[in-house]
Structures are given as C-alpha cells and as structure tokens.
Ligand binder design. Structure first.
Ligand SMILES: [Zn+2]
Length: 179
C-alpha cells in the first residue's frame, strides 16, 4: 500500500522519534508499505516520520548502483552489499568516522531541492532487523550517507540543517516558503 509522504513544514518531521519496543504485525506491514512507497517515489531511503509516524524505523535500498560502496561488513564479516538490500532498520545506534565527503542530497519530504552536504564518509550502525535480531553494519559511500540522512530524520533533523552557509545561499530561492 502506498503511503502519503509528509512534506517539510509538518511538525512530525521535527519530532524525536520513539524507540520501537515490540515488533508487531503492524510494524512489519508499515515497513513493507514504506519500501513500496520509497520505490514508487524513486528514493533510496525513507524514514517513518516521513510517512507521519514518529518511530525509530527506516528503510534504505542503494542496489541501483552496485559500485556505490567500497565495502560493507555485517558483524565484522565482509559481505556483498547487494545481498543485504533492501535494509529495514529499527532503533539504530550510529558511530561516524573517516574523512568528510561532500555529495549532493535530496529528500522525498523536500521536493525540488538538492544541495551539497558534507558528512563523515564511514558509518558503523547497530540496529534491529524486522525478525528482532541485532546486527552491526559498517560501510561507506552512498550507503553511509543514506544511513546518516535517515537516522537524522529519526532525530528530527533535515539535510537542510546540515548545509554550509554558501550552499544555503545558493539554493535560497528554492527554499523560499520552506520553514
Ligand atoms: Zn530525507
């Protein structure tokens, strides 16, 4: 089922989302609907607040570009990124490392705006999967960026908040009317 994607200005995008304490049928159905909604919108990630639910749940799929990471490990073992897509992650805890890299980002909740965002290049994320198991993923590239973008959403942070003053200036016309 396709869900409506909330747009910037809606207060749910600024909420600190709640931990998920029990993985119910409803949560599983929500994750499935979020994946369907993300694919239909041609996104690489979608967080629960973007569909109006302030829960620590997000989905990512970067398999459209097999070369977009240089490595991925799960619980310390090197894995093939494609075999782990799509990712559905709950209650993530993230550590950042590596040099900062700047890439253009957009957001399904901020239509028509794209801008360069600097972020650390490597993440280590510990999270719960839909079956309740806890895994730790380390990676770089687009997947590391997507984790950071989606986990920001779970804390009420939007990529606009992370723009340099110059990047903000460059897109100020597009930002008009966005709170
Ligand atoms: Zn977003």
């Amino acid at each position: 089922m396709l869900l409506e994607i909330v747009q910037v200005g809606d207060p749910v995008l600024r909420e600190k989302c709640a931990e998920i304490t029990e993985i119910t049928e409803e949560i599983i159905a929500l994750a499935e609907n979020m994946l369907e909604t993300m694919y239909q919108a041609n996104g690489v990630g979608l967080a629960a607040p973007q569909i109006g639910r302030a829960l620590r749940l997000a989905v990512i799929d970067v398999s459209h570009d097999p070369e977009c990471v240089s490595f991925m490990t799960v619980n310390g073992e090197e894995v093939d990124m494609l075999e782990y897509m799509p990712l559905v992650f709950l209650n993530p805890v993230m550590e950042l490392s590596g040099p900062r890299s700047v890439e253009t980002e957009g957001c399904l909740s901020i239509r028509g705006v794209r801008a360069p965002v600097g972020r650390p290049s490597i993440v280590r994320v510990k999270f719960q999967e839909l079956d309740g198991s806890i895994i730790e993923v380390e990676t770089d590239g687009l997947l590391a960026r997507a984790f950071q973008h989606e986990i920001d959403h779970l804390n009420g942070v939007l990529f606009l908040d992370r723009l340099s003053p110059a990047a903000k200036m460059a897109i100020r016309k597009q930002l008009k009317g966005i709170g």
